[in-house]
Write a protein that binds this ligand. Structure first.
Ligand SMILES: *Cc1c(COP(=O)(O)O)cnc(C)c1O
Length: 402
């Protein structure tokens, strides 16, 4: 490895070890997932599916992919699973390819309210190929406005309705979205990129068996490394598989699929259930402590690993971008986020804080209270000296796995 490259990797490891990683979409995978991802599988090109490959000597590759599929079926109770999408974004694309024609209509949550760019935004191919209408979150409650969703579905007559979001702290009412989809004969895609780990561990209700499709990233709460996954009913199996390969991808990324197999196997253990429970407990503790310090928590709390802060009430002069930068300088990594009722869409009025990574390194309620105090301090004060000492202690007491 070149020295420059080795240095960059070392520096990255130091950042992860010594900082408070609170980016809601990030996590620390286990050494087993890391080993699977860095395995000999990277030397192979796996075109096709288990027992239906284009190249010889694929029996062990088939075993690896079949294990990932079987573990996923058990985790989420899905009839059919495709573990080949290189990312959650490409999992979504495959669903669009499988069931939509160009110019078909998508109804999705407005990205300003926490929706995802791959849900028909004009910056993404889904929005270039399809016509999109957005439903909204209620600015008062911070929750998805299902009446708005239903009204827009009746008026817009979409071919596909998307639920599941990127910066949304609350449980999603999958049945309610499904009822709206049924009423207009639309497909329903539940994008559980953020929620897949919490759903696998029964911390949240599952859309599997309700929505037509569920898609996800595999590196977020499910802790299985980079990649994507699609869950669906058997009746969509052929269309989905063809949309992934050869519809939108070439050879399967086997090291990533091995990572998924390793991570999914871990997610089937009772230890993972405890992890998922702690994730939510930690987020609730964080939300409550911040609220006690006068910081506005969107929707008044959380059901997930996400805490969404609206800074306009407590820190009217601080934008989300500025808050993100202040916290970054202190070694606390969060992301700016727009909030329901947003008035500054470019700089954003909020920050999104997530607990997956810190929970993976052992943080519990006591530590989360301290973290909340540190966040509050940094937002109010420019003196970082004590903050940095306290972060160093927290990180030392809760080391990452070697
Ligand atoms: C993270 C995310 C995705 C996909 O992200 P990838 O980086 O492409 O895996 C898709 N949808 C939602 C709602 C997300 O939060």
């Amino acid at each position: 490895m070149s020295e420059d490259l080795a240095d960059a990797l070392d520096a990255e490891e130091t950042t992860q070890r010594n900082g408070l990683l609170m980016i809601a979409s990030e996590n620390h995978v286990s050494p087993a997932v890391m080993a699977a991802q860095g395995s000999v599988l990277t030397n192979r090109n796996a075109l096709g599916y288990p027992d239906d490959r284009l190249y010889p000597a694929s029996q062990d590759i088939d075993t690896v992919e079949q294990l990932a599929i079987d573990y996923a079926k058990e985790l989420w109770g899905a009839d059919h699973v495709n573990v080949q999408p290189h990312s959650g974004s490409l999992a979504n694309l495959a669903v669009y390819l499988a069931v939509l024609e160009p110019n078909d209509r998508i109804l999705a949550l407005d990205p300003i309210d926490g929706g995802h760019i791959t849900h028909g935004d004009t910056r993404h191919i889904s929005g270039k190929q399809h016509e999109t209408e957005f439903y909204h979150a209620n600015p008062e409650t911070g929750r998805v406005d299902y009446d708005d969703l239903q009204t827009r579905a009746e008026e817009f007559d979409p071919d596909l309705i998307i639920s599941g979001y990127s910066a949304y702290p609350r449980e999603v009412n999958w049945e309610r979205v499904q009822a709206a989809a049924d009423a207009v004969d639309a497909y329903h895609l539940a994008d559980i990129a953020h929620l897949s780990g919490l759903i696998a561990a029964d911390q949240l209700a599952s859309p599997v068996g309700i929505a037509d499709f569920a898609t996800g990233s595999t590196y977020k709460t499910i802790r299985a490394g980079r990649g994507g996954v699609i869950l669906c009913d058997e009746m969509y199996a052929d269309a989905i598989d063809a949309a992934v390969f050869p519809g939108s991808q070439g050879g399967a990324a086997m090291p990533m699929i091995a990572g998924k197999a390793a991570g999914f196997a871990e997610a089937l253990t009772p230890e993972f259930d405890s992890y998922a429970e702690q994730l939510v407990t930690n987020a609730r503790t964080l939300a409550q402590t911040l609220a006690e310090r006068g910081i506005h928590v969107v929707s008044g709390g959380t059901d997930t690993h996400i805490v969404l802060i609206d800074l306009r009430q407590s820190h009217p002069d601080l934008t989300g971008s500025e808050a993100e930068a202040k916290l970054e300088a202190a070694g606390i990594y969060v992301t700016k986020a727009t909030v329901p009722g947003e008035t500054r869409p470019n700089e954003a009025s909020g920050i999104r804080i997530g607990t997956p990574a810190l929970t993976s390194r052992g943080f519990e309620e006591e530590e989360m209270k301290k973290v909340a105090e540190l966040i509050n301090h940094v937002l109010n004060d420019d003196d970082l000296e004590n903050v940095q000492t306290e972060i160093a202690v927290l990180c030392e007491e809760n080391p990452l796995d070697e």
